[in-house]
Design a protein around this ligand. Sequence first.
Ligand code: PTJ
Length: 249
Amino acid sequence: MTHIPKSHPRYQSLMLRELISSGMKNGLVHETGLIAHGRGEAFDYLLGEDTPSIADEACKIAAAQLVLANDPVLSVNGNVAALVAQDCVKLGQVVPAKLEVNLFHRSAERMNLICDVLKNAGAASVYGIHGDARIAGLDHNRGICDKNGIYGSDVVLVPLEDGDRCAALKKMGKIVITIDLNPLSRTARTADITIVDNVVRALPRMVKYVQDMKQQDKETLKNMAMLWDNMDNLRKMLGVISDRLHTLF
Ligand code: PTJ
């Protein structure tokens, strides 16, 4: 691995690149995951690589929905496993929520590898390998899921996703939460709650919010969730980006 000094102005971003790059070399990340990461980087640049308060609002609502859920599942793909395996496990433990590996570029090797990474990070069990159920209307491998995992869930977190699974999960009546740096993506516009933030900043915040909200009255959380307007939050996020572009020079 290339030595990156902490003093480098783009230290955090370069370290994430290293994680994705070594994830690809180890077989966790699919080669197209590099492209997805690059797109995320570009949008993160527009955010100033920081979490705006508008994005944090979405993070709180997502935490509330996870606390309110009966059978929540966190969906993990290659990029997510390479960047935030430990945070996924932590979030799964505090909610508590099941973890399921769900891949667009599904292969037995990658499924097993990602399951192992999550188990090594402390997950007691990981769903996804059985693949004994299908999400209706999805002809590709993302439609394969576990009956006792995503298929039976009521709330699903799908970070770094492409749009059609999100819509298909919603059709099944599930509440879908996504984390996507691109506020214009189909997933961002289809999900019930879109956190426009880097997954590496969003997941640790969600862990903290879930811990806090578990002490709160359920009715308060339900009211918060009921008042949520995802499109309005996305509009505000575009406003944040546009203001930043106008004030940079
Ligand atoms: O591991 P697999 O086989 O399931 O494949 C996963 C990838 C990521 C390759 C696949 O889902 C894919 O191609 O995704 P897309 O359609 O490129 O969408 C990924 C979205 O995530 C884009 O909108 C990116 O802007 C966004 N993104 C990338 N990195 C981050 C991110 N959002 C939040 N945090 C990031 N670190």
